[in-house]
Ligand binder design. Structure first.
Ligand code: PMP
Length: 402
């Protein structure tokens, strides 16, 4: 059995759909059996609310939830009390924009890039409206990579936060995080990484990355949907006021007012996504046990082969940088005269699942000169048969649609 086939066998949806060529892992990766099993085991063996009950079932739920926090901490090389469970990357980014954002003053600058997903764009535009902070953009070059030559100009001494994606969900371009961190540190600014597209390619080390905040979603790294993680440095979380008020986040409440709990509880108001967090913990544990070097080599080879296959098709314009280790296996392309929705529909009829549209990155697409594009994203369970099927499918789609 090939390495990809052995991995694929652990994904129940792929096992149930052997003819499916799944190319949309950048939107949602398939769920690993260990995550699914952990959710079922939790829901059938330890389902209770957390941090409220003193009966044994509730204590089991507490233990499972906190064990998931420990797994997320190990996955990021961070301390467990710096891990906040959220509803996903979007919720984590909004949390920072609200809670860290309210420490900013009018005239302070937040820097993002033109390559951001809307979830790392709109919360900062909303903060600009709310607090009068200035929002500045690191521009992209024609291949979608960040223009690092602009950093000294854009990240000026009024900059308090630089919030960028670790990897573009459209072009697969990986950000040169060290360059961003160096430019931010020169002016004393904090750095937030949107790790949504990085986490499905292996564990991360926030200490080595030397950033201050890190956000990701469970459904992008083989875990359940509805759960995500915000990691923040302890001293930053401690200085931030809560975003949502409610149960669990308080010290005490009187008719006159309330006090806050310490982080991470301060940022987990209400009943959290408990079983989802437990499932995510299992997915992360599984990922931490993998040997990633051969997986990366295979993903890169498949990505290069896919690009090569697509380049041979007339009318196909590829977006993004040349294949290299600085590119995640995400390939977006435009076919002159055809709408991505039509292309995706014809491909779907051939068992090829791709996403077409603006990919929640309209400023990036505008900079690249397209309104919409078709995206193929690969994960560790994709194989040579997938990569061979796609160019052939596109040739057929062009034949049907042109
Ligand atoms: N950032 C990036 C780079 C993404 O790709 C995505 C999901 N497409 C998000 C943020 C938002 O993630 P979620 O929808 O899980 O909150």
């Amino acid at each position: 059995m090939s390495a990809a086939a052995a991995l694929r066998a652990k994904f129940p949806l792929l096992v149930a759909n052997p003819g499916l060529h799944y190319f949309d892992s950048a939107a949602t990766a398939q769920m690993h059996r260990s995550a699914l099993d952990a959710v079922v085991a939790h829901e059938t063996g330890a389902r209770a609310n957390v941090l409220r009950g003193s009966y044994r079932l509730a204590e089991a739920a507490d233990r499972a939830y906190e064990a998931a926090r420990q797994s997320a901490a190990r996955f990021l090389n961070a301390a467990a009390d710096e891990i906040v469970f959220t509803g996903g990357t979007t919720a984590a980014l909004n949390l920072v924009a609200q809670s860290f954002g309210c420490l900013l003053e009018p005239g302070d600058r937040v820097v993002i890039s033109q390559a951001e997903h809307h979830s790392n764009f709109v919360p900062w535009q909303m903060l600009r409206e709310r607090r009068g902070v200035e929002l500045a953009l690191i521009p992209v070059l024609p291949d979608g990579t960040l223009d690092l030559a602009s950093l000294a100009r854009v990240i000026d001494d009024r900059t308090r936060l630089v919030a960028v994606t670790q990897c573009s969900n459209v072009t697969g371009a990986r950000t040169d995080v060290a360059a961003i961190v160096a430019a931010a540190r020169r002016v004393g600014a904090r750095v937030l990484l949107d790790g949504a597209q990085a986490v499905q390619h292996g564990p991360q080390d926030v200490q080595a990355l030397d950033v201050d905040f890190y956000a990701f979603s469970g459904h992008k790294c083989f875990g359940p949907g509805g759960v995500g993680v915000l990691w923040g440095r302890a001293e930053l979380l401690a200085a931030m006021p809560p975003f949502l008020g409610g149960g669990g986040m308080i010290g005490a409440v009187t008719e006159e007012g309330y006090t806050w709990a310490e982080p991470p509880r301060r940022f987990e108001a209400g009943t959290p996504p408990i079983a989802q967090a437990v499932g995510l913990g299992a997915a992360l544990d599984w990922m931490m046990g993998l040997d990633w070097a051969p997986i990366h080599a295979r993903e890169s080879a498949l990505c290069a082969a896919l690009i090569d296959g697509l380049r041979r098709i007339p009318h196909v314009r590829l977006l993004g940088p040349e294949p290299s280790s600085a590119r995640a296996p995400i390939v977006s392309f435009d076919i002159a005269g055809l709408h991505p929705h039509d292309i995706c529909q014809v491909l779907d009829a051939q068992g090829l699942a791709l996403r077409g549209g603006h990919h929640c990155a309209q400023p990036l697409l505008a900079a690249l000169g397209v309104e919409a594009c078709t995206r193929a994203s690969l994960a560790l369970y994709n194989d040579e048969a997938d990569v061979a099927a796609l160019p052939a499918g596109i040739v057929r789609a062009i034949g049907v649609l042109k």
